[in-house]
Design a protein around this ligand. Structure first.
Ligand SMILES: [Zn+2]
Length: 310
């Protein structure tokens, strides 16, 4: 994609981020590298520039690159080293299929999936910037994996003698998870379909199986391998390249209680300070309204009791 186009979109994001996300940018500047991303509500972008928001959903690749470049520019007074910063967009309402309906029409688009995590892999390092050296003439080449073509022949002597230099290449953490539709969304007895999802960099190890999340990402494809590890022509596997994760609150009905938890609950029920403790557990940052918070709890628990006991 033309750099001039990315530069023009970046200027729009410079303005958008200053106007809507100045506080979040301060937070990331103060907390970097513990914090490496900011969450951006697509509805804010829709207010600022509806066309740009529509482009983000339709052609996320280019728009994300420009948004991330803008964020990086705003952090120019601190040393990023080889770390990346990310704009993690969430909250779109255009492409929101069921996991089982994700198909070729969504390839390359930004989609939002209400998902249940069913599996999580170990972390594996993925090459972000590969350094290649020719074993014959020592010519060197830097390749941004996923952006540039990985070279096959040496650009200087044209021999097939390139070798990756691992010590100088830059890596990023990658973790794969599998998600499916939440149980209540499955139609009848449809077998559960799982989608492979890639989490990179600061998203790694932020979720575990059983978590219910709003997952936003770009649907991508990669060649399917046969049993001998060779790529099959014209057949591809879909996976979601994650842009953001928003955890969802667990529903009451989804909770399972272990024996140990049951023992703790029963012990807690005999605590003479139970009223005060429950009141203080709701919105602990709000001081001095203990009767009101206790009242909220009483109303919530009474409703639940009626559902359970009729
Ligand atoms: Zn060479």
């Amino acid at each position: 994609m033309a750099d001039a186009l990315i530069e023009a979109i970046k200027l729009r994001f410079d303005e958008f981020l200053d106007r809507y996300y100045a506080d979040k940018i301060n937070d990331i500047i103060i907390s970097f590298p513990r914090l490496q991303s900011i969450k951006i509500d697509i509805k804010d972008l829709q207010k600022f520039d509806p066309e740009l928001a529509a482009e983000l959903i339709d052609k996320p690749e280019v728009i994300l690159e420009a948004a991330n470049a803008s964020l990086k520019g705003k952090m120019s007074n601190i040393t990023l080293g080889d770390k990346d910063v990310h704009c993690r967009f969430f909250g779109q309402n255009i492409n929101t299929p069921l996991v089982q309906d994700v198909g070729s029409s969504y390839i390359g688009k930004l989609i939002l999936l209400d998902s249940l995590i069913v599996k999580r892999s170990e972390i594996s390092p993925k090459v972000k910037l590969g350094v290649y050296e020719c074993t014959f003439c020592n010519a060197r080449q830097h390749v941004r994996i996923g952006k540039d073509e990985v070279p096959v022949v040496c650009p200087q002597c044209k021999r097939r003698s390139l070798k990756q230099i691992q010590e100088e290449s830059q890596f990023i953490n990658l973790q794969k998870i599998a998600v499916q539709d939440p149980l209540e969304k499955l139609r009848g007895n449809t077998p559960t379909w799982q989608l492979e999802v890639w989490l990179e960099d600061d998203l790694v190890n932020t979720v575990i199986p059983g978590d219910r999340i709003d997952l936003t990402g770009i649907l991508r494809i990669r060649p399917r391998k046969n049993s001998r590890g060779k790529s099959e022509t014209n057949l591809y596997t879909m996976f979601l390249d994650t842009v953001s994760i928003i955890p969802k609150q667990k529903e009451f009905a989804d909770l399972s209680i272990s024996e140990e938890e049951e023992r703790q609950i029963k012990e807690f029920a005999t605590d003479p300070m139970i009223f005060e403790k429950i009141a203080k557990s709701l919105a602990p940052s709000i001081y001095g309204y203990d009767e009101i918070t206790a009242g909220c709890h009483a109303a919530a628990l009474w409703r639940h009791r009626r559902q359970v006991f009729g």
